[in-house]
Design a protein. Structure first.
Lengths: 500, 152
């Protein structure tokens, strides 16, 4: 059994004390930022990227991955106890989790969220181990036209899954692609859109854009709201769910895991979409849909399992194709490149200890989370009493240090501030930043592959439709677009996101 | 013509502005090339054109479909947070970590709802100590700690 052999290699790497330590740091940090509203995994991972330069690649990836799935655990704690989603993927957990807390059932809600997440995490780890090798095999045969079509498909999927207007989301992708082209053109050496600024000749750093759009913009938006938090600390008494709770939720955990794993693999997917999807599904299949929003445990179990499963399976396209499916994965690719590893299907064969070590560490990390988190809930809740007016200057200091240390240049910090303002304007105009970020990363890659494909085909654009795999991606993108543009489905899509 | 959806109107203007800018700039300054050998202008021209086109559709739609108004901007946090970050970057070399962190913490704290000199000063001292310990001592990042005139 090759998969067991591979996982065995992975576990040998994952249990090395130093890797266990970085995994631990990652999941604790992840939980911490998951608990704290106003700072998400994207900004945190971006802040830590410069630091990972000094680590070995396996430890760096293990830690960064831990932050992402750790944040899914932490986000649910805040959602249940305070009715504030610590993470955007925990928005739906507020609906029923907070109601359960108000009824004095905060303990079981937290426990089922943690246990469901643990189960989902284990299953998702297995799915990655099974699905990744054959996918990488196929990806090794990809030429430029296949890669280009795959990226088109990824971007289309990202717009379809974004909420709000479809046209605006596509326009945001295009804007991202354009901004990604700033810098030296690889083919001709021409400096594009640099306006004589030497710092721009290497392009705008992705980390800087991510911190501006997701970090400073978020802080500015948060400062508009007044601090208002109501905490149910005293009510977390009995932690263990009753038999009835378990009976009600096991099926929801299974469904959430399945749906989350599937949605996580999709480009543009990941934890956020998975949790929304799972909540809608639970409401659909329930015999008593009227209980939802009034403290139904399925409404916590489903989405919480789904967001953790989705967070983990979203590693699949990144690890096998070298293509990020969301902003967090783009940062992971950034981390690999800092280490001098070109992301793509060859990583699995060339660096099996990195690939399988990362996967096995996810299982280790999930175990740590479930063991550590339940007893530590009290501490996390204390943390929430720290007012935002202390938190946001601290976050700003860490972001500014992180950006400045990238190249010891004040210009980078200026760029971050500019993207912060752009991000704030986008929020006001209801334009989602996530599709833009995806376009930004894929911009140069897409141009490169488009040029190569056209060169190989001697300028014949039909090449994207005559090769079977490439044609498949193009047709899939087209169908997705048409389907979403249909009025009936559009109404459904809006309904899913209106739940918040 | 009356603007029915201000949010879409301004979003449309933004996309058209960016799209046209990239397209026209690329067409003027860079080489177009051919489909076989694409020049540096090819991809941005096509993308910019598409972006402007979609912006135009959104803009056009804002006259036809009713939509919500643009929510009020809070200029105070917007300006103070951005200025704080920029100051941090540009003060790092002349004033060192001590001065840059002070600028960022005090200016950004002014962007919040309440400002209390004592609280902010305590926060500043803690953050300063933490940055120094973790980034300068721990990770040995080459930041100047003290202002230039005090001997770096």
């Amino acid at each position: 059994m090759e998969i067991f052999h591979n996982l065995w290699i992975g576990f040998q790497v994952a249990v090395i004390p130093i890797n266990v330590m970085y995994c631990f740091i990652g999941v604790i940090l992840g939980t911490l930022i998951g608990v704290l509203p106003g700072i998400g995994p994207v900004a945190t991972i971006a802040m830590l990227l410069p630091i990972t330069f000094n680590l070995n690649p396996v430890a760096a990836l293990i830690m960064l991955a831990g932050i992402y799935y750790g944040a899914q655990y932490g986000g649910s704690t805040t959602a249940i106890l305070v009715n504030i989603p610590g993470e955007s993927s925990s928005v739906v957990t507020c609906l029923d989790g907070y109601q359960m807390a108000r009824q004095g059932r905060a303990g079981p809600a937290l426990a089922i969220a943690a246990l469901g997440s643990f189960f989902a995490g284990c299953v998702a780890t297995l799915i990655i181990a099974v699905a990744a090798p054959p996918l990488a095999e196929v990806a090794l045969k990809f030429g430029p036209s296949e890669y280009f079509s795959l990226m088109v498909f990824g971007l289309v999927a990202a717009t379809v899954l974004a909420h709000g207007s479809l046209i605006k989301a596509i326009a945001m992708v295009l804007l991202g692609l354009l901004l990604g082209l700033v810098g030296t053109d690889v083919n001709s050496g021409v400096l594009r859109f640099t306006f004589g600024v030497p710092e721009l000749s290497d392009g705008i750093g992705f980390v800087i854009v991510a911190m501006g759009m997701f970090g400073t913009a978020e802080i500015i938006s948060n400062l508009e709201l007044k601090d208002q938090r109501e905490i149910f600390t005293s009510k977390v008494t009995h932690l263990y769910p009753t038999k009835q709770d378990l009976k009600d939720s096991w099926a929801a955990v299974l469904r959430g895991t399945a749906l989350g794993s599937a949605l996580g693999i999709l480009p543009g997917g990941g934890a956020l979409l998975a949790s929304f999807g799972a909540y809608t599904l639970e409401k659909k299949v329930s015999k008593h849909p009227e209980r939802f929003g009034k403290g139904a445990i399925e409404g916590v179990a489903g989405p919480e399992s789904a967001n953790n499963a989705g967070a983990q399976t979203s590693f699949i396209p990144m690890l096998t194709l070298g293509i990020p499916s969301n902003a967090v994965m783009a940062l992971m690719i950034g981390a690999l490149m800092i280490q001098g590893i070109a992301p793509g299907p060859q990583v699995m064969n060339e660096k099996p200890e990195l690939f399988w070590g990362l996967i096995a560490s996810m299982w280790v990390g999930n175990l740590m989370l479930v063991v550590l988190n339940l007893p530590m809930i009290g501490m996390w809740v204390k943390l929430l009493t720290v007012p935002y007016r202390y938190l946001y200057p601290s976050i700003l200091v860490f972001m500014a240090i992180g950006v400045f240390s990238l190249s010891n240049n004040a210009f980078d910090v200026l760029i971050m501030a500019i993207f912060g303002m752009l991000g704030y304007v986008c929020v006001k105009l209801e334009c989602e930043p996530a599709p833009m970020i995806l376009g930004f990363i894929l911009g140069p890659l897409m141009e490169e592959n488009l040029r190569r494909a056209m060169l190989l085909s001697r300028g014949d654009p039909t090449v994207f439709f005559t090769k079977p795999i490439s044609c498949g991606f193009m047709i899939a993108s087209f169908i997705l677009l048409v389907v979403v543009a249909l009025p009936a489905i559009r109404a459904k899509r809006e309904e899913v996101f209106v739940e918040e | 013509m009356k603007i029915k959806s201000p949010k879409d109107f301004w979003a449309g203007v933004m996309f058209m502005g960016f799209g046209l800018f990239f397209m026209i700039w690329a067409m003027i300054y860079y080489q177009m090339g051919t489909a076989v050998r694409m020049g540096p202008a090819y991809f941005p021209t096509v993308l910019g054109g598409l972006c402007a086109l979609l912006g135009g559709i959104v803009l056009f739609g804002s006259f036809a479909i009713e939509g919500p108004p643009v929510p009020e901007f809070s200029y105070r946090p917007l300006i103070l947070i951005s200025v704080g970050c920029v100051l941090y970057g540009y003060l790092m070399k002349p004033l060192g970590l001590v001065g840059a962190t002070a600028a960022l913490v005090y200016v950004s704290a002014l962007g919040g709802h309440e400002f209390n000199w004592k609280e902010v000063t305590i926060l500043y001292v803690i953050l300063m100590a933490f940055s120094w310990l973790v980034f300068v001592k721990g990770l040995t990042l080459p930041f100047p700690v003290w202002p230039d005139f005090m001997g770096g």
